[in-house]
Design a protein around this ligand. Sequence first.
Ligand SMILES: [Zn+2]
Length: 711
Amino acid sequence: MKLRSSKKRWWICVFCTCLLLGAHPGAAQKVKVSFNDYHGYTATTKYIKAVAKAYPKITELIEIGKSNMGRSIYVLVVSNMGTGTTIDAHVELRNMRKEGVQNVIPMKTYQGKPGHWICGSTHGNEYTGTEVCLYIIDKLVSGYGSDSEITPLVDDKTFYICPVVNPDGLYNSIEGGISQRQNSMEKDDDGDGRINEDGPDDLNGDGHITRFRYKDKKGRYVIDDEDSRLMVRLGRNEKTTKPRYSVITEDKDNDGDGEHGEDSERGIDLNRNFAEGWFTEKGMAGGSGDYAMSAPESHAIAEFFTNHRNILMAQFYHTSGGFTYRPLGTAPHDKLHPKDVAVFDMIMGKKYLEIIGEDIPEAWQKPDSLDKFKEELKKTSKNKYAIQRGYELPRGWRVSYNERNDRRYSYGMATDWAYLQYGIYSITTELWNPQKDIEGFPQFKGEDARRQVQRALLKYQDEEHEGKWFIPWKTYKHPELGEGEIGGWIPKYRSNAYPGEALINVCEKHWQFARFRAGLTPNIVITEAQAKILYTTNNARDGVVSQKGDQVTIKRGKSKGKYKIVEVTATIENKGKLATHVARGAQLACNREDVVWLIGDREKVTFLQGTPFRKLGVLEGIAKIPGYRAREGGPSQTPRQRGYGGFRRFRMPEVPKKLSPRQKSDEKPEEKQKGPKREVKWLVAVEGDSPLKIVVSSQNGGTTVKTLSIK
Ligand SMILES: [Zn+2]
């Protein structure tokens, strides 16, 4: 294997990045950030606090909860705090938050913009995502004001960035040097009346908890032929003539019960603790918890999502593999609405594969020929879901559900929870694929690829990092297991993107993808608004109106006076690429459809035609959804699911029980209008010059206001 000089590549990389982003290098980088080593919990916290202090106009730091060990879980909000508005600021009558309800936080302006949740280190030893979060924060705050693409994103969208979901797991993995996937718990795992008394130990006192290997006739490992540092795991029934080894974490039996590491701080696997397809802990290593959302960390996230319903996109970063899981894992693919499938795969998946440099399935390039691909797959594939879709999912963009065996892979996962329960475009990305993320890294294929990669990684750290990341095996006499050797990767460098150039490569790719996804979100605009004074009168109820189609006929009163009879018209448009709700989201009773209010002084404005509050349904986006036909119907529904109201929840026409004398039955309800545009009309009597305000509010698409003066 030959690797080119890393210094040279680094400069090329910086140069390309600058070209790509059109930014002046370090234009407004008030807080420096480096990716030459992992931040861990302490430095991450320090960094986001410094950013919040340096950029008060576009960031806000929120503590959303605390871990079991008392460490804070933070979300850094990145959004222009001076732009945007919320319904709470305008629509007083509906505003529960102003009526002394203490447990609902007041709405902030950034909740009136489409929200993008991004988080890392749900699994404490998968901290590449934390670094990507910091990289994204840096791009957003230092690009704001100078980069023409970033500035509107920060003005019009909201990024909720939670670099560390699992503070204790990350703290132990980086600061503590003990790789820990789970959260921490003060729990008596082995039932001996003591808590966390038998975790891993630094037996040889070299400052690292690595591995202990020892000869064992029942061992599952042998030493690699080519690199004697590498331990090769044997298959279940694989025979060998070489000496067999067992490999364990550096550890001894601290409490004398004959077991190693059976009562450590290790607690719940947070990505098995979410309230979707949750499954009991019984028989499951690594713990899904006593009940769904039982961990303070997953609980904090659930509460945050509940209070921030503007979240439309969510990204959960994990490691490793270099691919993305889109939903679902807990249920088969056909439980997804076909429109969501098309958006996930043909829009997001396509872009993602482009960014990570993998082949895009032919069907995604020719979405109009899906029927043909389906027919072909009927002959060649045993995967019924692939046949339904018209394509097998590629390596880089997949589901964790086991489609071939039709079995769910997992349970209690955050991505499925966010999609199914909230209607969010949520995905989980497994960051880090050395073969793609290290430039010049050799490519391996076939059965032996895994081992080849392991060898190449060792060689890479020999050449690029003077072999400092791997502790050479040294003999050690274990108190219980006898002669053996201690050595191996320093845990923090074992399975995450290597600090420096490789990590920056990973960060850059996923920043590109996060930016792309944020750019897809809706953008609600009141493109036209007019208040036309038709005539004046002495009596607010004087106007007699009838409407036929677009034609409004007004019978004037006889008097002239203090009331103005005003016709208000407005055109509301979604100029964003995607609709204001995920198709799944429009099904959910917990989601609100888009609405519009006409607001004026209640004492001075009388509605003659149209109600102050109108429903708009779901405003579609302007992007054509490739490979999706509206009449295709939804996934197969079980009777229980039908309770959600089918797929047309927001399209159900509202039949008023009794028409008011001034309301005519041929009036076209706004929610019956389709596409990205709505025309709305009111007729009101206004006393004096009392101003009117049009407030359009979409849960995920943002809130926008236009004031009309009556003169
Ligand atoms: Zn993970």
